[in-house]
Design a protein around this ligand. Structure first.
Ligand code: NCD
Length: 375
């Protein structure tokens, strides 16, 4: 049984297959109208959402299935202190598949370890958002017909923007992709993406704080909202909130076939006047996301039927267990009871490890490194 917590949980071939299915669903929705009859999707949303929750709901309804769940933690037993692990076990008795969003980084990972049904991460803090990426990839495929040989600009909050982290991870696997990372200094791409994804895949990238300078070279511009809710200092948010505003005037220097994307919600980073520009693709992205979510639900339910065993998410990895604690306050380990602190080894010689839940980097000493276990 497969869960999708992060982009590496899906191979390039599996993504190709999902794109094919989503394309067929878009053309022949009637063929799929009863595919999930008798099946239930649980949407567990501990954080606000419009598109992701509603598109999962619409996706399951259009497949003929049913949906239950909650859209804020206040209406669940989370307020009474129920753990994510227990919630996942309980919901496994009511549903066939779970879509979970949480402000805690690694929450969906914990849910997947404890559920007996597939879990889909629909956003965990500032970490990852793989199903937004699937919709983004389908949009790029429909607009550009390819994933290779593209210059992709990411603009805005690259630090906390989880959709950016997941899309960079997915696109890094295709040849001849170049990234232009456009952000203020304080909101640059985190090192776990820069050094472990971009460097590992040998991807060419440049960093700049100027949208105007970057625009003419881009095939795709991925605008993002400054993620107010992730700032610990409100004054810092006020200072950065209007860093970038894409206007009709600025777009004059862009390519005629530029594809303008945004995961939405938009605050003010794209002027509404841009919506009329044929290069604006962000509302198409919303529709494409629903088709990809339909394809993903079908795939994961089929995999659960074929093999009901829960996949070991750490299989084949070298890990350190409970040798140190993760210090990221947004990590699920900060609140979940009795959770092992697990770190995967990134660089054995230097003792560099990363928390398996939130990717926070830690350094282990040589004594700890002697206790590394291979899963
Ligand atoms: C994004 C998210 O939740 O990360 N929205 C979405 O799912 N479409 C982007 C955002 O909130 O800025």
């Amino acid at each position: 049984m497969k869960s999708v917590i992060d982009i590496p949980d899906l191979s390039v071939e599996e993504i190709d297959e999902l794109i094919k299915t989503a394309g067929d669903i878009a053309l022949h929705p009637e063929k799929y109208a009863k595919s999930c009859e008798g099946k239930i999707l649980a949407t567990l949303f501990y954080e606000p959402s419009t598109r992701t929750r509603l598109s999962f709901t619409a996706a399951m309804m259009e497949l003929g299935g049913n949906v239950l769940g909650f859209s804020e933690p206040g209406s669940s037993s989370a307020v009474k202190g129920e753990s994510v692990a227990d919630t996942a076990r309980v919901v496994s008795c009511y549903a066939d598949i779970i879509a979970m969003r949480s402000p805690k980084e690694g929450a969906a990972f914990v849910a997947a370890k404890n559920a007996t049904i597939p879990v889909i991460n629909t956003g965990d803090g500032g970490h990852a958002h793989p199903t937004q990426t699937l919709g983004d990839l389908f949009t790029i495929y429909r607009e550009k017909g390819r994933f290779n040989n593209l210059t992709v600009g990411f603009c805005g909050d690259l630090k906390y923007g989880r959709t950016v982290h997941s899309l960079i991870e997915a696109m890094s696997r295709y040849p001849d992709v170049r990234f232009v990372l456009i952000s203020p200094d304080a909101l640059k791409l985190p090192t776990f993406v820069k050094y472990e994804i971009l460097a590992r895949h040998n991807v060419l990238y440049t960093e700049t704080d100027s949208l105007e300078e970057a625009l003419p070279s881009l095939d795709i511009l991925y605008m993002t909202r400054i993620q107010k809710e992730r700032f610990t200092d409100p004054a810092e948010y006020e200072r950065l909130k209007d860093s970038y505003i894409l206007t009709v005037e600025k777009l004059a220097s862009a390519k005629s076939d530029l594809c303008i994307m945004h995961p939405l919600p938009r605050v003010n980073e794209i002027s509404v006047k841009v919506d009329k520009d044929p290069r604006a693709c962000y509302f198409k992205q919303v529709e494409n996301g629903k088709y990809m979510r339909m394809a993903l639900i079908l795939k994961l339910l089929a995999s659960a039927k074929e093999n009901p065993e829960t996949e070991d998410l750490l299989a084949g990895r070298s890990v350190l267990i409970n040798e140190m604690k993760c210090t990221n306050p947004r990590c699920i380990t900060a609140t979940e009871q009795e959770l092992d602190h697990v770190f995967r080894v990134v660089d054995a010689e230097a003792g560099i490890c990363r928390c398996v839940y939130c990717e926070k980097k830690v350094k282990a000493d040589s004594e700890m490194m002697k206790r590394v276990v291979r899963r």
